[in-house]
Write a protein that binds this ligand. Structure first.
Ligand code: BQZ
Ligand code: CA
Length: 693
């Protein structure tokens, strides 16, 4: 046993020297430490973009026998070939991990959200967790691109089956699929696209879910109908190919205009509130373009969806998709989704809460485990975001306004970021190689990430306190919390309200960690915990000082929702928007970020785009634009009975795995099918009718 005392002294000396050295240069920026390597399991099989799907007519089409027997032969439905478009979307067998499938069975999702109603285009959530992803088909599709090399990719065709650029690159002619129908048999066409654009995106009184505005598709962009199956985009920039990503899930998924238009205030006596709430969760059989239709809703219990008999996609044998007859969405909690998926009472989960990693790994490792669990890259991250609006977004009171002025003070932001012990935050979620120090900015899992362009202000409480003093804050009444200068908010203690999503254990754990660490710095943080829906409403209206929010696509893929990287438009940023009548009061470095994002969007040169994102990363992290907390890998958990789950599917990249696994191609081999269907051999009913047909 070596003489502990001598080790102690030596270590002590070494420590004091290094502490002195650190203090001397503490606020010197550095780069984040190389994170522990975390081998993503399940190697992705990269494929060419055009090997996934195509549009073409096939010699014959098929459907489940019971549909023919019970619905076609009884005249309730036309023959399947008349329910399909001239050239349906055909998924290529070569890209199907287990080949073409068979009909039957159910996928049982568990979700933590709750449906507000079916009016996605007017901003109602259906509870997340893959419901809206399954209902809403969008002009293009990007989630499956995780299997395509980043350099030669562009969004996949979907409702838009092809598009052509004008020679000057300012116009994009988009050809819609012809002859596809809504799940109630009504034709899909350009009128649906134009209703979404004119009366939802462009109507300032309507905010579609996932927040599409005109600027989402480029400042000043316009869209017009050419004919029933052709629309034409006009862009300010030349060849802004980036916008094709914004035409995918989340931001361009048109609803059934034949059902929505009559309720819209422009065409009825309804108020905007009445329009938004015209389709409550109890309204069944809402027409969709998606593979399954909601036929049953039991509050706080379950939503059941049945196959869409007009779904416009087939496999190469002409089998109309989906293979699965039914989807369940059990209305529970996000944490329970993990538990049920590994236990086998649920079929799917994005393991994204580190608190559940160990238990989930243990269960999934057992010989008889019902589900496969595979970790992907470090793409789940959290940021502390500060409200940067000092000109009225969210109508702050005097205290709130003073906090926003502080948020805009770089010394203050440096104090906050340097007071964060990110190692401690990460290990408070889960021990082991999962979490990594994440200073903010682009996720380390995205192909645009460059560690050397990432500025990291290391944890150093003393240096942080010095920065706080530089920001003009002192504890004038000696109670351990700094006060506003006298004359501001009554010289009282600085008190910051931090908005948190109560639906996730992880959000709450991180919030508690931040409160405790800010207390050591001398900042008093008060938590405002709301459920996801209320959190979104509070955030988007600007009624917050600080906000903890899990990262979305703009930081994990960069090419999806790119305008959310900076306040490109009045309502594109997560934490800096314009007040009702004004502009966004950009800080100088934000102007640089906006310029970089605009250049990135209109650049066709991949090297230039990579270089622009290195500039973005450098400027945004150097100026502490958002304050990273931690990042870690997520794991996909899927019940073993399912086939056609692409190996290595990340739980989140261009979109969530509910989209990336291409559920409409997923099947259960005949000998593995379970009897989970609640409405066997039934099809959706008429819009608004109770339950299936
Ligand atoms: C995945 C996802 C599918 C939203 C939502 C939820 C909302 C946010 C975010 C995730 C849930 C699951 O995330 O956590 O694993 O299934 O639904 O949409 O957090 O509150 O507003 O952005 O996607
Ligand atoms: Ca005080």
């Amino acid at each position: 046993m070596r003489n502990l005392r001598s080790i102690g002294i030596a270590a002590g000396l070494a420590l004091s020297v290094s502490v002195w050295a650190l203090n001397a240069f503490a606020s010197e920026p550095t780069v984040p430490p190389v994170p522990a390597t975390f081998p993503a399991e399940g190697k992705i099989r990269y494929v060419a973009r055009d090997s996934i799907l195509e549009f073409k007519a096939l010699p014959a089409y098929h459907e489940p026998d019971w549909v023919t027997e019970k619905y076609v032969k009884t005249g309730k439905l036309p023959p399947v070939k008349d329910r399909l478009p001239k050239e349906p979307l055909v998924f290529k067998t070569a890209n199907m991990p287990d080949g073409t499938g068979v009909y039957g069975d159910t996928m049982r999702h568990v979700i933590g959200g709750r449906p507000e109603g079916w009016n996605y285009g007017a901003g109602q959530t259906q509870g997340w967790g893959g419901i809206d992803i399954g209902l809403s088909e969008c002009l293009t599709r990007t989630a499956p691109l995780f299997q395509v090399e980043a350099k030669d990719t562009e969004p996949l065709p979907n409702l838009a089956k092809s598009w052509d650029w004008s020679t000057d690159g300012h116009k994009l002619t988009m050809h819609l699929i012809e002859g596809a129908k809504w799940s109630d048999g009504v034709p899909f066409n350009a009128d649906d696209v134009m209703f979404y654009w004119d009366d939802e995106v462009m109507d300032p009184n309507v905010s579609p879910l996932n927040g599409a505005t005109q600027d989402t598709f480029g400042v000043g962009t316009t869209l017009k109908k050419i004919d029933d199956y052709t629309v034409e985009w006009t862009f300010k920039d030349a060849f802004p190919k980036q916008h094709l990503y914004a035409m995918a899930y989340g931001t361009f998924c048109p609803g059934p205009s034949h059902i929505l238009k009559p309720q819209h205030p422009k065409y009825s006596k309804n108020t905007y509130e009445q329009f938004k709430n015209a389709f409550p969760p109890e309204y069944m059989n809402m027409p969709v373009m998606g593979a399954w239709v909601p036929v049953e809703y039991r509050a706080d219990d379950i939503i059941v969806m049945r196959r869409n008999p007009y779904y416009w996609k087939v496999d190469e044998k002409g089998n109309q998709l989906p293979y699965l007859n039914e989807l369940h969405y059990k209305l529970s909690t996000w944490a329970d989704r993990d538990v049920q998926a590994v236990a086998g009472s649920g079929d799917f989960s994005n393991l994204e809460q580190p608190e559940n990693f160990v238990a989930s790994l243990k269960r999934a490792a057992e010989a008889n485990a019902p589900a496969r669990l595979a970790f992907g890259p470090r793409l789940i991250g959290y940021n502390l975001r500060l409200n940067f609006s000092a000109n009225g977004w969210g109508n702050p009171d005097e205290r709130g306004q003073a906090i926003r002025e502080l948020n805009r003070n770089e010394d203050f932001r440096k104090a906050v970021t340097m007071a964060l012990d990110r190692k401690a935050l990460g290990s408070s979620l889960v021990k082991g190689p999962f979490t990594a120090i994440y200073p903010g900015g682009l996720s380390s899992g995205t192909s645009f990430y460059d560690r050397k362009s990432t500025v990291y202000y290391p944890f150093d409480l003393e240096a942080a306190k010095a920065e706080l003093a530089k920001a003009g804050l002192k504890d004038t009444d000696g109670d351990g919390f700094v006060n506003f200068p006298s004359g501001t908010a009554g010289g009282k203690n600085v008190e910051i309200v931090m908005l948190v999503n109560n639906d996730y254990t992880t959000d709450k754990s991180l919030a508690e960690g931040v409160v405790a660490q800010m207390e050591k710095l001398g900042l008093r943080i008060v938590l405002n915990g709301l459920n996801g829906t209320q959190r979104d409403a509070t955030q988007y209206s600007g009624r917050f000082d600080w906000l903890i929010r899990r990262n979305e696509q703009e930081l994990t893929s960069v090419v999806q929702n790119t305008v959310q990287l900076a306040p490109v438009g009045p309502k594109t940023s997560w934490d800096h928007r314009a007040p009702e009548s004004g502009e966004v009061d950009l800080m100088p470095f934000e102007k640089d970020l906006v310029d970089i994002v605009n250049k990135f969007v209109s650049s066709k040169d991949n090297d230039q785009r990579a270089s622009l994102m290195r500039d973005f990363q450098k400027i945004s992290t150097e100026h502490v634009y958002n304050i990273g907390l931690t990042e870690y890998p997520g794991a996909l958990i899927v019940n073993k009975r399912f086939s056609n789950i692409p190996q290595g599917t990340p739980i989140f990249m261009f979109n969530w795995a509910e989209d990336s696994i291409i559920r409409e191609r997923v099947f259960v081999a005949a000998d593995k099918q379970a009897k989970y269907e609640l409405f066997p051999e039934e099809l959706p009913g008429k819009p608004g009718d109770k339950g299936p047909m």
